[in-house]
Design a protein around this ligand. Sequence first.
Ligand SMILES: CC(C)(COP(=O)(O)OP(=O)(O)OC[C@H]1O[C@@H](n2cnc3c(N)ncnc32)[C@H](O)[C@@H]1OP(=O)(O)O)[C@@H](O)C(=O)NCCC(=O)NCCS
Length: 185
Amino acid sequence: MFRFLRWGDCVCTKSVIVHFRTTPKQTMDDSKILIRLSKRSDLTEMQKLFVDTISTICKDDYSPEQIKVWTSSIENTQRWKDKLTSQYVLVAELDNKIVGFASLENNDYFDFLYVHKDYQRQGIADRLYFEIEKEAIKRKATVLNSDVSETARRFFEIKGFKTITPQTKIMNNVAIIYYKMSKTL
Ligand SMILES: CC(C)(COP(=O)(O)OP(=O)(O)OC[C@H]1O[C@@H](n2cnc3c(N)ncnc32)[C@H](O)[C@@H]1OP(=O)(O)O)[C@@H](O)C(=O)NCCC(=O)NCCS
């Protein structure tokens, strides 16, 4: 998700192994992937994944200047910590390593979605998405909204999201394009 300086997650101690239904893509051995709620101690690893993924995976869609501004959002540690406590945040773990994370804010806003640069196109976002949407439905949301990067736009289209409008956000005098997208649940 591409809402600048609005990322975060929640502090949770409960860990769950998710048994996926047939909807998510099955490209990796399910038994090896743990989907669990985030913990405060995940913060550093999540932020490293965030910076590494944007710097490598998004570099064809955004300029070095835009990427610098985007990744600099990790400097606002308090904001991240706040999100850790206020959002429903899931991490995907493989062999004790975080390979992706995603979050739901206020029941109907899909905020984070980042997959480790070395684990792209292995169905990890698919699995995280499935669990976030399931939680939104459980919370009785009728729509799922997001602000989506150019890089992630196709993924969200495949999930049934429609682009409402392209947006330009100015951050530190740098213009960043993203898309307001929405899906009826
Ligand atoms: C977008 C992102 C989360 C997708 O993660 P992923 O784990 O690689 O996605 P999946 O493997 O679950 O992809 C599922 C399907 O979505 C589609 N898809 C995913 N990434 C795609 C891409 N870059 N281009 C086109 N289709 C894509 C494909 O149909 C894919 O299935 P396939 O691999 O069998 O063709 C990941 O590329 C990422 O972290 N991007 C950078 C960070 C970012 O921009 N995050 C969103 C901020 S708003």
